[in-house]
Design a protein around this ligand. Structure first.
Ligand SMILES: [Zn+2]
Length: 76
């Protein structure tokens, strides 16, 4: 749903979810419009497909950072 504010001034996106250091999800402060960083470094509407890609990315990313922490502990 697009609010009257958005149709006049455009959406006012803020980061709603940080997936990785490069990929973020955005949500408009005035309506429920959602966007995401796409693979090309641009911004795309957050479709169910992108949501799925992001959840996979998030899982890979959290697993990787966990492994990094483990190797740091091992090296100590
Ligand atoms: Zn909006």
């Amino acid at each position: 749903m697009k609010s009257l504010y958005c149709s006049f001034f455009g959406h006012n996106y803020s980061v709603s979810k940080k997936i990785t250091s490069h990929v973020k999800e955005y949500k408009c402060k005035h309506c429920d419009a959602q966007m995401t960083t796409n693979g090309k470094g641009g911004i795309s509407p957050l479709t169910p497909t992108y949501k799925e890609i992001n959840s996979v990315l998030e899982r890979i990313h959290s697993r990787r950072s966990m492994r990094k922490q483990q190797s740091l502990a091992f090296n100590r």
